[in-house]
Design a protein around this ligand. Structure first.
Ligand code: 2BA
Length: 109
């Protein structure tokens, strides 16, 4: 069995959960915060048999589209006045960041 720790945008989370549950996959949703943007995102814990791994990653890829977004830099640079001035940057958000791990044991007691 594998555990997928999957970080997605809040905007994609509900549709992804619905799509996964419809196909019979179990999901746990965690409200998380990205370290770079310091904005909310969603982390899903998905436990799946190894032979169904491709089916799950396929669903994630289909639902979670990446897009560009202008965000305020979380690490402001010092301006001429010596003050720290935030500046806009373009980042790619969406898609999904997936950590795939082996599960040693899976128990439901
Ligand atoms: P955040 O850390 O808020 O990052 C959001 C997006 O900002 C990233 O999307 C990336 O496009 C951009 N970004 C991140 N660090 C950057 C930097 N130093 N310079 C320029 N742009 C930067 P993703 O890479 O798709 O990551 C989405 C979310 O997945 C991240 O949100 C974080 O919550 C999680 N994540 C990504 N890589 C991770 C890792 N190695 N370990 C743990 N969590 C990770």
């Amino acid at each position: 069995m594998k555990l997928l720790i999957t970080v997605v945008q809040d905007d994609d989370a509900q549709k992804l959960i619905t799509s996964l549950m419809k196909e019979g996959f179990g999901v746990t949703k965690l409200a998380t915060t990205g370290g770079f943007l310091r904005a909310g995102n969603t982390t899903l814990l998905i436990g799946v048999d190894e032979e169904k791994l491709d089916a799950v990653t396929g669903i994630i890829e289909k639902v979670c589209k990446s897009r560009k977004q202008v965000a305020t830099s979380p690490s402001p640079v010092a301006g001429a006045s010596g003050m720290y001035v935030p500046y806009p940057i373009e980042v790619t958000v969406g898609g999904a960041t997936i950590f795939i791990m082996d599960v040693e044991q899976f128990l439901k007691i």
